[in-house]
Design a protein around this ligand. Sequence first.
Ligand code: ADP
Length: 536
Amino acid sequence: MATRRLSSLISQSFSSSPFRQVVQGQNSSLAKGIRRIGTAVAAEEPIMPPVELNYTQLLINGQFVDSASGKTFPTLDPRTGDVIAHVSEGEAEDINRAVSAARKAFDEGPWPKMTPYERSRILYRFADLLEKHNDEIASIETWDNGKPYEQSALVEIPMFARLMRYYAGWADKIHGLTVPADGPHHVQTLHEPIGVAGQIIPWNFPLLMYAWKVGPALACGNTVVMKTAEQTPLSALYVSKLFHEAGLPPGVLNVISGFGPTAGGALASHMDVDKLAFTGSTDTGKIVLQLAANSNLKPVTLELGGKSPFIICEDADVDQAVELAHFALFFNQGQCCCAGSRTFVHESVYDEFIEKSKARAVKRVVGDPFRQGVEQGPQIDLEQFNKIMNYIKSGIESGATLESGGERFGDKGYYIKPTVFSDVKDDMLIAKDEIFGPVQSILKFKDLDEVIRRANATRYGLAAGVFTKNIDTANTLVRALRAGTIWVNCFDVFDAAIPFGGFKMSGQGREKGIYSLNNYLQVKAVVTPLKNPAWL
Ligand code: ADP
């Protein structure tokens, strides 16, 4: 496929945009500037660190190849809607080729025969390469996704490297148990890889979702076929090339770009895929679970939607609560499955909270994600943009008070002004559905029992936030809230070691941390008679 230098792309796609001012070697000055994240200091011109888009084909058996059909699809720049590149479109036949390669690598390749320590060293080398190419990778991620470059470069790519090192550390520490059975037998368990793992990821955190899935799968000795999101195929291809540079044998990790019902469906229903991991919407989660059940009953982990409550109690420091609730909702353009999208505020601080939340939203710096100091870039695509605008309309029509935003920002791309609704009631659509955008819904409550009941009255259970100085209030809420993560006086604190996953319709299973390993291991019980029962 075409090797496209950024400079030529700029002249093709952005000739009239400030991106024409890209200067090679600007990375370091940008890196200094980005430490001022969140201070609303915006540089005059956006600066995109130089990047080469070399990898737009499918990655099968260690090679970049065209799709069987030869078809491609465009991946778009959310800032403008312009085409960044045409990417090979994988379909069922390509999934077959990738699964065959992964199967062969698992059954016959060097990967399962390596010592776990050798496998861990490849993961460590990959993490080093991620750090070496931090700015290029961050640039691709922001270009394809629209998230602030500062967030990509300073937070997400370093976190990606941390995740890979975390799993590298696990690779040679996975082992079974000796089991004291009631009888003259020596009993042990072997923890073995499952085989070929199929993994389907979304577009909101393309590389972190890649890391959450590839990390445990490979640490446990499996091979992988990954289907990336059609909106953001570029960064996974780029980093997978680095993974091979780090020594990953061919066929161990195969990456297919393509659409959900075709490539994703073929992967979920494939008879030779031994395990499926999916992150995306609850509706699609139901589909892939059915496809897995109707094919070979492969075990499935699901990380799905959410409508997470963030509860601000009467003793809260209002300024801090406003800032945290703002972050909990608006981070990543509101495109987080665990976003604190129902802000419950105690009546005693409600009015002050509304005024200050509105002021904070108005101050939020929206703009080109490559511009220094920008906190919010565009939404991912036109479909999401329209969906969010419809929710805003529904909020207004159902009687919530629009405090700020509520409209498009600028005249191109998919930007939406930070939107705050007050007077939100539990039965409004904006309080029930996952909006996945920069729309904060603020609800008033009187007492703890009431807010517990209302916070739990949702089909979701991914996360919750609690803001209080009172340890008894915190302990009560922590135990009463039905969600996979409870953040107390903080929000969106993620680490490789902290498990993540949902109660109820937010998912099945846990990713990250020690819990994620079980998703990729089979337990084999081995029973041997003991010849001398006197020594049981
Ligand atoms: P969103 O609505 O946020 O795009 P989706 O759940 O539709 O979330 O998408 C998440 C991932 O699931 C993407 O990689 C997408 O291509 C994939 N996907 C969508 N539909 C299907 C499907 N029918 N079968 C398998 N994968 C799918």
